[in-house]
Write a protein that binds this ligand. Structure first.
Ligand SMILES: C[S@@+](CC[C@H](N)C(=O)[O-])C[C@H]1O[C@@H](n2cnc3c(N)ncnc32)[C@H](O)[C@@H]1O
Length: 213
């Protein structure tokens, strides 16, 4: 049995009871270093996962395999890769709180009228999305930084937005900052693990339902 378990944004407080139960039953725990470090007392075999590891090879191992997934496994997460390697009937998915849900809750923003997209390892033209939606959530990476996103908006003369940056969400060093497009475009901060929410200024309503792009 392979369980793909969402561990939420990172702090143990945001793990579900179901996730903890399944993790304690594991023979093999696979996950990013920051996620494996959440369980220092577990004695099972642990394998730190990154893009160089042969996931399909690992999933052929015997016993109860638990894959720790950031946030929710199905939200731009590892679920797609697991389903390319394993028989779906052997796979169980336990959802977690996505980093974007956590950040939206911090910002007290309802999900209606929101588009969610990922630039984590992907090229996406965010301009038409930002023009269309009142709120746009962007998963970032080391290439597609908050500054790059702001510079793209500035180049396209989209300046009536507030850009919220959530760094190390749920951890003790969590930082939430809000910028104008111009401020962020020239900001020299080096953001750590982060998520961006682009919000249209003013009391605008949205005709669109929530969308994942
Ligand atoms: C591959 S995506 C996985 C998203 C995950 N499945 C989810 O539902 O949150 C990884 C991206 O999620 C965001 N992320 C995940 N955890 C975060 C955290 N604790 N604080 C800020 N951003 C986070 C970052 O943009 C990171 O580059």
């Amino acid at each position: 049995m392979i369980s793909v378990v969402g561990v939420g944004p990172g702090h143990l407080d945001f793990l579900t009871f179901a996730a903890i139960k399944r993790i304690k039953e594991a023979d093999l725990l696979i996950g990013a270093k920051r996620h494996l470090e959440l369980f220092p007392d577990l004695r099972c075999e642990k394998i730190a996962f990154d893009s160089r590891v042969d996931l399909c090879g690992l999933l052929k191992k015997k016993g109860r395999i638990v894959i720790l997934a950031s946030g929710d496994p199905g939200v731009y997460g590892i679920l797609d890769a697991v389903l390319k390697c394993a028989d779906e009937r052997e796979v169980e998915v336990l959802p977690g709180i996505s980093a974007f849900q956590y950040f939206m809750a911090k910002l007290k923003l309802p999900a209606k009228g929101t588009a969610v997209l990922s630039m984590h390892g992907r090229k996406v033209d965010i301009v038409p999305v930002v023009k269309k939606y009142k709120v746009v959530v962007v998963f970032t990476d080391g290439e597609n930084t908050p500054q790059k996103i702001a510079q793209t908006l500035l180049l396209n003369e989209i300046t009536d937005r507030v850009i919220h940056v959530g760094e190390n969400l749920s951890y003790s060093d969590e930082r939430l900052k809000s910028f104008t497009v111009r401020e962020l475009a020239s900001c020299r901060d080096k953001f750590q693990l982060n998520l961006v929410v682009i919000e249209k200024c003013g009391n605008t309503d949205s005709e669109y339902p929530m969308t994942f792009l």
